[in-house]
Design a binder for this molecule. Structure first.
Ligand SMILES: [Mg+2]
Length: 373
């Protein structure tokens, strides 16, 4: 394998109106954005990455092209760890926010190129676990009225999911009612978990957590705001349901405490937020060292985030299950030709792509069509 020299970094800000709005404890989303990062090389090999940029995608694109690109052009692709640190030090202050999300898109693209140069799928470049398929769960049944929730449950079960996530919000008595009702509707054979998107105070989370353990839910995701590590530690002592979090963390530093004391049972970094493949792998492996499972977050992100996460899932020893957002997002079904996004899973399993790098063929006409105005 010979190396290649980075010749250009292009950021494509994309926006779409969602076919089905997403309703969580935060409210309802009808429009979502991302940035597709294209890294070109002198060898003619191009890599693609994705930056989580739910809002203001043009600001992220500007950050990538004006701050990060000049530090990379002319450099060999394979020094990815060095590139990560150079990009990280392009701004001072603690790590997080837009910079780390911007780095994520570039970093994923560099790993895509590495796989293509080697002629191997990314999962194997990362030190594969010899997995050809991974487990996924259906996400999500939204915070909607009972009839709509029943329809979403039936739709997800109809698509073959055996594990399903349910969004919860306030008030607590209503959440507890829905938790019990959803268990009765789903029956005992469907695995259920809950995502609260930081809806609760500590005392409220204890009450909801009790309803979850009484009804056999397999995890309680982001019950508290991500900065409240002390709250998570207290909650761990006061409820039995396993705690999951990590989609709001940008780096291994922000996950360390809750991993080291095993407050979390499951860590859920998002590769398009947490600094790309390089940092997400560090987070997953630190979790593994503390016997905490790795379960990638996808949410409203696109096919590149999803596919990079599939490769990480296939390579990390502590992988448990990956989120599969079952919408018809243009970011999943139009940008790349890897079979339509939400239709690829069968019986709650997803095949690991076998092509080199991410294994994606980008439809550049679709990218142009989705460009943010
Ligand atoms: Mg979540």
């Amino acid at each position: 394998m010979s190396d290649a020299i980075i010749s250009d970094v292009i950021a494509h800000p994309l926006t779409q109106t969602m076919t089905r709005p997403t309703s969580t404890s935060w409210g309802t989303y009808t429009e979502v954005s991302m940035v597709l990062v294209e890294v070109r090389t002198d060898a003619g090999v191009t890599g693609v990455g994705e930056t989580l940029a739910r809002f203001a995608p043009k600001a992220y694109a500007d950050l990538i092209e004006t701050l990060l690109k000049p530090r990379l052009v002319g450099q060999p692709v394979s020094n990815i760890a060095a590139h990560w640190h150079t990009m990280r030090r392009s701004l001072s202050g603690r790590s997080g926010g837009m910079l780390i999300e911007a780095i994520a898109g570039v970093d994923i693209a560099l790993w895509d190129i590495m796989g293509k140069l080697a002629g191997l799928p990314l999962a194997r470049i990362l030190g594969g676990m010899n997995r050809s398929e991974i487990d996924v769960y259906g996400a999500a049944i939204n915070w909607v009225d009972d009839d709509e929730a029943d329809a979403e449950l039936a739709r997800l079960i109809g698509r073959g999911f055996t594990n399903i996530k349910v969004k919860m919000a306030r008030p607590v008595d209503e959440a507890c009612r829905r938790i019990q009702r959803m268990r009765e509707k789903a029956g005992s054979k469907i695995g259920l978990c809950v995502d609260a998107n930081w809806a609760y105070s500590l005392d409220e989370a204890v009450e909801v957590g009790r309803a979850l353990s009484d009804n056999g839910y397999f995890w309680f995701e982001e019950p508290l705001k991500p900065e409240d590590e002390y709250g998570y530690e207290r909650l761990r002592e006061r409820c039995d349901v396993p705690l999951a979090a990590g989609e709001s963390n940008y780096s291994v530093d922000q996950a360390r405490r809750l991993l080291a004391n095993r407050t979390l049972s499951v860590l859920q970094p998002d590769v398009a937020r947490a600094g790309g493949v390089t940092e997400t792998r560090r987070m997953a492996l630190l979790a593994d060292a503390h016997d905490v499972a790795y379960a990638p977050h996808i949410g409203m992100s696109g096919i590149i985030c999803e596919t990079a996460s599939v490769h990480l899932s296939a390579a990390m020893p502590n992988f448990r299950i990956m989120e599969c957002e079952c919408d018809e997002s243009a970011f999943k079904v139009q940008i790349a030709d890897l079979r339509p996004g939400c239709l690829r899973q069968e019986n709650g399993r997803l095949k690991v792509p076998e092509g080199p790098g991410l294994g994606l063929q980008i439809d550049w006409d679709a990218v142009k069509h989705l460009r943010s105005q």
